[in-house]
Design a protein around this ligand. Structure first.
Ligand code: ADP
Ligand code: MG
Length: 158
């Protein structure tokens, strides 16, 4: 578990993860309302050179942006997902997963458990019990070696 004390630290973590992301990566962002999923997503997209405004796709459920390298980013937010929708799944998302062309950033990804096996990264956001501006982030990765490299980058302050 990492402690991100303020927005500046969140930004650093987002930029670091951004350097590790590859097309085909599925980043699951979990945690309660206000824990910082959208803030992190916005910072991550900024670090990847996204020019579009990044906000939670409340009604469309999936937004698409492009990095400055032309890589598509699919941003989902499944907070308001109905049970039937959850069961039906998301063909657009599945297409992107199959093609390995996009980076997928999915808030409330845990509401679509059928995709759990496809997550390459999981970031779990929580509130720090001590300070209001601080958050706790738990990062896990399907690939232990990639996680290890990320954590080393964090320690190096790079
Ligand atoms: P979520 O998408 O998880 O519901 P948001 O990112 O929309 O959460 O909201 C998080 C709120 O908490 C924002 O207003 C943000 O400025 C604030 N915040 C305070 N401290 C932090 C921090 N260290 N990291 C991320 N967000 C923080
Ligand atoms: Mg959000």
């Amino acid at each position: 578990m990492l402690r991100v004390c303020n927005l500046e630290e969140t930004r650093k973590l987002a930029a670091l993860l951004g350097r590790f992301l590859r097309p085909g990566d599925f980043v699951a962002l979990t945690g309660d309302l206000g824990a910082g999923k959208t803030t992190f997503t916005r910072m991550l997209c900024e670090s990847l050179g996204v020019m579009q405004a990044v906000s939670s796709p409340t009604f469309t459920l999936l937004n698409e942006y492009y990095t400055d390298q032309g890589v598509p980013i699919l941003h989902g937010d499944f907070y308001r997902l109905e049970d039937a929708e959850a069961q039906a799944g998301f063909p657009e998302l599945e297409e992107m997963m199959a093609s390995h062309k996009a980076i997928m950033l999915m808030e409330w990804a845990d509401r679509l458990p059928q995709y759990q096996g496809d997550w390459t990264w999981r970031l779990d956001f929580g509130f720090d019990p001590e300070t209001e501006a601080a958050r706790q982030v738990t990062i896990t990765a399907a690939d232990a070696a990639r996680l290890q490299t990320l954590l080393e980058g964090l320690n190096d302050g790079r």
